[in-house]
Design a protein around this ligand. Structure first.
Ligand code: SF4
Length: 498
């Protein structure tokens, strides 16, 4: 049996859709491709279990729709699995029908957080054969293929329509109980790691790649985070196994930067062993490392060890500067810890990046501005290197989406518009949509102060710094041009990667 893992292309004047490995969907003006770690595990696991596997990321391969159709027809898979998120679910319903037209016998399987939230919905909109709920796409897809080839009993989380009664049936609730250490290492050649090794603004050193020590976040409570539903049971590999994979990436592929995209990187003893392992194996001299971390978790001593182990880019979701909001989002921690953490992290030599959001239905204009001001202040004092401001979106399946539905906050249920380019929830009285757009765009424009430019020029030490500065500068100027002409009222994601 031949299985294709696919991202059919979605041409749009909004840019490139960032579907894979992304808890919050975005269109990117400049191509940015993030390695789809769990689908890559799916491809690798299927291959290791004897299936013929083909990697079909038409988005990252910059295929046009006709090219993708030809590719699909030529490869002739028996099963094609497509990862979809809410803002692209409608185009992928259309693609499902297209692919079935090209090869009527193919089984189309939809996976991802949208179908985890609404696993029966797709059957009303397209000719999909299966929807797999839950985040262990790798094991779920293997189980489905084993079911189709040799009648293995289906695990929970599989949905299908039975032609005999026309109804959608399912195999019960999904359970994330698979032991991650039973996965093979990702087959980077099979999954075209090169497609994702350069065009990613998070990499200062290329080629870069992604790993995941855990699925997905040991905190796992934030009410807006779509992966809390998709991955509702945290598991991690051992630090030793993770180090073994780093070693392969460095020695076999010449990787110079790795970002671990576990929702929140393991802390405590795990982190200590991992950092010490990087140092003991000499890997800290060959590769820089990055991860997601929560503010308020680590002490200076741990940041220092990470610095010694050559961590560089650390991404923090701060979400809001208002304690009432972070409490309401179940973000955990104290807002006052945010600046302390950023200072400790940068003091240890790392480059913290923060993301924040505005557009909460319960926040006043001043509260939204407080968040933007907190991030700008951290940036101006040099406690963070990069920042990003986006509009909060209530993705289906999240507690925030349920709350928004119950309280009548949803302005639209048109999934195409859940792409962070406009508020889709009501705002507090006195806050206008334009205010939210201005706040997110304003943070972006505020970067180019003489003090900031001087600091960046003085920080240049190596050729990599020069290249990174040049790349980031062109990205910023590209975005600024977009603000002023092409998408004046719609571009709301402000990212500064310097
Ligand atoms: S910290 Fe919150 S937003 Fe970040 S991955 Fe974990 S649950 Fe999601």
């Amino acid at each position: 049996m031949k299985v294709m893992i696919a991202y059919p292309p979605i041409p749009s004047d909004k840019g490139v859709p960032l579907i894979s490995q992304n808890r919050q969907f975005q269109w990117f003006n400049r191509p940015t491709f993030i390695y789809p770690v769990v689908p890559a595990y799916a491809a690798s696991l299927l291959k290791a279990r004897g299936y013929d596997v083909v990697w079909g990321d038409g988005v990252a391969a910059l295929m046009k729709p006709d090219e993708f159709k030809e590719f699909f027809d030529r490869e002739a898979p028996d099963v094609v699995a497509i990862e979809a998120k809410t803002p692209v679910i409608k185009p992928y319903w259309k693609w499902t029908d297209e692919l079935k037209k090209i090869r009527p016998g193919v089984k189309v399987v939809l996976i991802g957080d949208h179908v985890t939230a609404f696993p029966e919905e797709a059957f009303d909109h397209c000719s999909v054969d299966y929807c797999l709920a839950g985040g262990d796409f790798d094991w779920a897809l293997l189980n489905l293929c084993n079911h189709l080839t040799r009648g293995e009993a289906l695990e929970g989380g599989v949905y299908w329509r039975d032609p005999s009664d026309g109804k959608v049936h399912n195999s019960g609730s999904f359970k994330l109980e698979h032991d991650l250490k039973l996965n093979p290492f990702i087959d980077r050649d099979l999954t075209r790691w090169d497609l994702y090794a350069v065009e990613n603004g998070n990499f200062k050193y290329t080629p870069g790649t992604y790993q995941m020590a855990g699925r997905d976040c040991w905190w796992g409570k934030c009410t807006f985070c779509s992966w809390t539903t998709t991955f509702n049971n945290f598991r991690s590999v051992t630090p030793e196994r993770h180090l073994d994979e780093v070693e392969i990436l460095v020695k076999k592929y010449g990787v110079r930067e790795i970002f671990d995209d576990t929702g929140t990187f393991p802390a405590g003893l795990w982190l200590k062993k991992f950092c010490q392992g990087l140092i003991d194996r000499g890997l800290h001299k060959k590769v820089v490392y990055g991860c997601n971390m929560k503010p308020g978790v680590l002490k200076q001593e741990q940041w220092d060890l990470m610095g010694k182990a050559n961590f560089r880019f650390v991404l923090f979701g701060v979400e809001s500067a208002n304690q009432a909001t972070t409490d309401r989002l179940l973000k955990g921690g104290k807002v006052e810890d945010i600046p302390k953490t950023m200072r400790m992290c940068s003091k240890a030599g790392m480059e913290p990046h923060v993301t924040c959001m505005v557009g909460y239905p319960w926040e006043t204009y001043q509260e939204a501005k407080n968040t933007i001001d907190l991030c700008k202040g951290l940036f101006n004092e040099g406690a963070i290197s990069t920042l990003q401001a986006t509009i909060v979106i209530p993705y289906p399946g999240t507690p925030l989406h349920r709350e928004a539905r119950e309280k009548g906050w949803l302005l639209t249920e048109d999934y195409d518009r859940y792409d962070m380019r406009e508020p889709v929830m009501t705002l507090m009285e006195g806050v206008r949509h334009e205010d939210i757009l201005e706040l997110t765009q304003g943070i972006y424009k505020s970067f180019l102060t003489p003090r900031f430019i001087l600091r960046k020029i003085l920080s240049v030490r190596t050729l990599a710094d020069v290249k990174f500065l040049y790349m980031a500068g062109t990205r910023v100027l590209g975005h600024l041009a977009d603000f002023s002409k092409k998408q004046p009222a719609r571009e709301t994601t402000a990212v500064m990667k310097i």
